[in-house]
Design a protein around this ligand. Structure first.
Ligand code: APR
Ligand code: ZN
Length: 247
């Protein structure tokens, strides 16, 4: 796969506008499970069923329980070296924008800037009745889901299955895809829309598409460069080449 890494290095050096889209495969090396690999089911729950507005309405107890667990989980882990490589590439001008489907906030924690969090983040809660916003850690307290201001229901600031994404975020993401000369997907099965429409949006606007993933993705046939491997390894090796002249 050395020649594949070499190609990625050259493309990163040549492209004036590089956009990176990350998925759950970006965080498994931090310790967080992804959604659709074999250990995809969490905590014995099916994310599609418990991560839903339906669950808030008809299964609120389980919903709060599941997100209490999720918020505790994310708190237990932190960004890995790969997240920090992306932050360095932003600083060095190799990457212009990072778009993520992940809600773990690891890009934010690794000090990447202007990250487009398409599915929101587990950092904050908001009240469904009065809009009050507060730190997600509140969920770890007893009755943490009760709004301190109005007594309403506090929910995580993420996009649940069946919900619309924040229009500003999705418009910014499509705008970035159209500007991209190089669009790199890291650790996503590309099965969830509208995020999975971004790579073709970029390609149709003339970008090269690189996919780094452990297993196959929906868009592998469209990839100009396909690297089957661990995101952490690929980022480390690519970074070594990109910065090898540096003392
Ligand atoms: N390196 C490279 N690829 C990896 C790694 C790794 N270390 N670990 C897992 N992968 C790959 C898996 O092979 C899988 O194809 O990452 C992909 C993760 O795919 P999903 O589990 O489907 O996650 P994602 O694509 O981010 O899901 C999108 O679906 O559940 C919703 O809203 C949720 O944001 C999520 C969205
Ligand atoms: Zn409230």
């Amino acid at each position: 796969a050395q020649h594949l890494i070499q190609t990625l290095v050259e493309w990163l050096q040549e492209a004036q506008h590089t956009v990176v889209l990350t998925g759950a495969g970006m965080s498994t090396e931090s310790g967080l499970p992804d959604f659709r690999s074999n250990q995809g089911l969490w905590y014995g729950r099916d994310p599609q069923e418990i991560a839903s507005v339906h669950a808030i309405r008809h299964n609120r107890e389980d919903f709060v329980d599941f997100y209490r667990w999720r918020i505790k989980e994310v708190d237990k882990y932190q960004p890995h070296a790969g997240h920090h490589v992306l932050t360095r590439w932003q600083r060095q001008g190799f990457v212009q924008r990072i778009i993520t489907q992940n809600v773990d906030g690891f890009h934010h924690q690794a000090a990447s800037h202007d990250v487009i969090e398409l599915h929101g983040s587990l950092r904050e809660l908001y009240c469904m009745d009065c809009g009050h916003r507060t730190d997600a850690k509140r969920y770890l307290q007893d009755k943490g889901e009760v709004c301190p201001r109005c007594g309403g229901f506090l929910r995580p600031d993420i996009v649940l299955f069946g919900e619309m994404l924040d229009t500003q975020a999705i418009e910014a993401a499509f705008d970035e895809a159209r500007q991209a000369e190089l669009f790199i997907v890291l650790g996503s099965s590309l099965q969830v829309s509208p995020a999975n429409m971004l790579p073709m949006e970029a390609k149709d606007a003339g970008a090269k598409l690189a996919i780094v993933n452990l297993h196959d993705t929906l868009l592998d046939p469209q990839a100009d460069l396909l690297i089957e491997g661990k995101v952490g390894d690929v980022l480390r090796q690519t970074d070594e080449w990109l910065n090898k002249d540096e003392a």
